[in-house]
Design a protein around this ligand. Structure first.
Ligand SMILES: [Zn+2]
Length: 205
């Protein structure tokens, strides 16, 4: 095999691999592959190593499924967190977004997916079992469901509510509505309906 053929093979192989990532089509994969080709060997190796590292060093928290380098994550082991509240998210990325706000001091539970009635795929039974086991211990008094406002996210919320309420735990759903800074005139119908449903009484000052 000539070195040109080998190169072409390696290039096509990288494109195929990159296309496995979400939102990456052939064109984007090709653009990324060209970009990587132009990088220094050190830079390109750093990307490769970072991918190897997350697979080797990171795993899911035994309690909440957050990403962690230890068996239990730093949120679950933090004694300063409010141990009576659990906020349920689809993916750890949402957990990080909420953490960045600094508004929430309770615990989390990451589902690692949703109940997907349209695609017919099952929610991770293991993740739900873990959540119910946590609730059965009796310390948690409120579960805040923060799944996405999509059909799958809503179905997951209904499914979890039905499972959790009989355990005597309060279930709440985060409010959805108008993004800050937009004109109401431009909000779509579903968003307007959701914002009306999620309205709250303004406390007297
Ligand atoms: Zn955890």
């Amino acid at each position: 095999m000539s070195s040109t053929t080998r190169k072409k093979g390696a290039f096509a192989h990288l494109i195929t691999q990159l296309m496995k990532l979400p939102s990456i089509g052939r064109k984007s994969a090709q653009r990324l592959a060209f970009y990587i080709l132009k990088m220094s060997s050190e830079e390109a190796s750093a990307i490769g190593q970072a991918i190897i590292d997350i697979k080797e060093k990171l795993s899911f928290c035994e309690i909440c499924n957050n990403l962690t380098e230890e068996p239990v994550c730093t949120i679950c082991t933090d004694p300063k967190r409010e141990g009576t509240k659990v906020l349920v998210v689809e993916e750890a990325s949402t957990l990080y977004s909420i953490e960045r706000t600094g508004e929430y001091r309770g615990l989390y539970h990451v589902l690692l997916g949703t109940l997907a009635p349209l695609s017919g795929s099952e929610i991770s039974g293991e993740a739900v079992k873990k959540l119910i086991a946590r609730l059965e211990k009796g310390k948690i008094s409120e579960v805040i469901i923060a799944t996405n406002p999509t059909i799958d996210g809503e179905s997951t919320s209904i499914y979890l509510t039905r499972l959790i309420q009989p355990l005597g735990v309060t279930v709440s759903r985060i409010a959805f509505g108008i993004p800050v800074g937009i004109d109401l005139e431009y909000a779509d119908e579903v968003t307007l309906i959701k914002s009306l449903q999620g309205r709250r009484v303004i406390e007297q000052t």
